[in-house]
Design a protein around this ligand. Structure first.
Ligand code: NAD
Ligand code: TYD
Length: 346
């Protein structure tokens, strides 16, 4: 069972498993289809892998439906992506984050526990944001104390603790991965990289929070998918693994790189540089200054390392968005437009 398989990373993961990995089983994708879930992300996969890919519209907070799916398909492995995932939304309204990220994870753990005789693995997808913010130096390791600063990261931290506790207390077979910022195809255009691509293409302002010098570590989504599958296949039960891209970058630099790539790809480098569209806006409350990941454990135990460079990953991503105008237009209707208007008006 993959939860949240119609969102950004989940849909890339299902595509990766079926098209590029040694996985031979069947995938049941359960997803509530919130604003971030889009069945279109896997339309071709559903056609091509009909027998091995099944979609069920289910909310992980709805215990009855979860029970039904769990029994109908005799689920024995869960890869848990489903979450409310956007920090800015969690600041405006944390309630859904508490329900889905904490209570929803609890529901899944309980279900796994009550079927423990046949249960093989609960892999929980989490974020480096649970560790809080770094100063100029240092890296997050698996033993860095948790210090979440946003309602989003606090809800993910809570879910990580529940997964850990279910392993320690009930011996549930679990693994956890804490990953840095992902980018790539199918990312909802509220997150920095697709938002900037979209605005830059249309020559709209490019909003940078605060001084634009906050640092994130970026990982191409397919590298994350490979890491998850590696951990699911070879990870030690009860362990946590950090996943990162070794590409620390100030936000302003990422935005400049995107501007230059789009200028070049759209053949408009003779016109005014899109860098001129960069606009500094009010900072995000509690904005973490720097994230940086030490993934030595994953590298040494399982020989995983990111394959995509930032430059080539950004190029692929920009190209994907330029080639998928229809997808963008469809996800930009309704709820998305309302959010962007509300968010940037206040
Ligand atoms: P996303 O917002 O694109 O997708 C989330 C998916 O979960 C959507 O399909 C949504 O419909 C589904 N969902 C939400 N609430 C649900 C519910 N109650 N029941 C069932 N489905 C529900 O998120 P993403 O960026 O793909 O992130 C996936 C996971 O990876 C999350 O757990 C997130 O915390 C984690 N993560 C994300 C990043 C990143 O950079 N995006 C980095 C590290 C970890
Ligand atoms: P985001 O993509 O929301 O990921 P996260 O907050 O989970 O790291 O933001 C990445 C960085 O970009 C973060 O430092 C906030 C910043 N940011 C902007 O400067 N402007 C924006 O419009 C957005 C969405 C983010």
């Amino acid at each position: 069972m993959v939860t949240g398989g119609s969102g950004f990373i989940g849909s890339n993961f299902i595509r990766f498993l079926l098209e590029k990995s040694d996985f031979e089983g069947r995938i049941i994708n359960i997803d509530k289809l919130t604003y971030a879930g889009n069945p279109e992300n896997l339309e071709d996969i559903a056609k091509e892998y009909g027998g091995r890919y099944i979609f069920e519209k289910v909310d992980i907070c709805d215990q009855d439906s979860l029970h039904r799916v769990f029994d109908d398909y005799r689920i024995n492995v869960i890869c848990h992506f489903a979450a409310e995932s956007h920090v800015d939304r969690s600041i405006k309204g944390p309630a859904d984050f508490i329900q889905t990220n904490i209570v929803g994870t609890f529901n899944l753990l309980e279900l796994a526990r009550s079927n423990q005789d046949r249960f093989i693995l609960f892999h929980h997808i989490s974020t480096d944001e649970v560790y809080g913010s770094l100063g100029k130096d240092g890296y997050f390791t698996e033993t860095t104390p948790y210090r979440p600063n946003s309602p989003y990261s606090a809800s993910k931290a809570a879910s990580d603790h529940l997964v850990r506790a279910y392993h320690k207390t009930y011996n549930l077979p679990t693994t956890i991965s804490n990953c840095s910022n992902n980018y790539g195809p199918y990312q909802f255009p509220e997150k920095l990289i697709p938002l900037i691509i979209l605005n830059a293409r249309e020559r709209n302002p490019l909003p940078l929070y605060g001084d634009g010098r906050n640092v994130r570590d970026w990982l191409y989504v397919e590298d994350h998918c490979k890491a998850v599958w590696t951990i699911m296949s070879k990870g030690r039960l009860g362990e946590t693994y950090n996943v990162g891209g070794e590409t620390e970058m100030e936000n302003i630099r990422i935005v400049e790189m995107l501007c230059d790539i789009i200028d070049e790809m759209t053949g408009s480098s003779d016109k005014r540089s899109r860098r001129e569209l960069i606009t500094f806006v009010k900072d995000r409350p509690g904005h973490d200054r720097r994230y940086a990941i030490d993934f030595t454990k994953l590298r040494e135990e399982m020989n995983w390392t990111p394959e995509e460079s930032l430059e080539s990953g950004l190029r692929k991503t920009v190209q994907w968005y330029l080639d998928h105008q229809g997808w963008l237009e469809r996800v930009r209707t309704g709820e998305y437009r309302r959010w962007i208007e509300e968010h940037y008006e206040s």
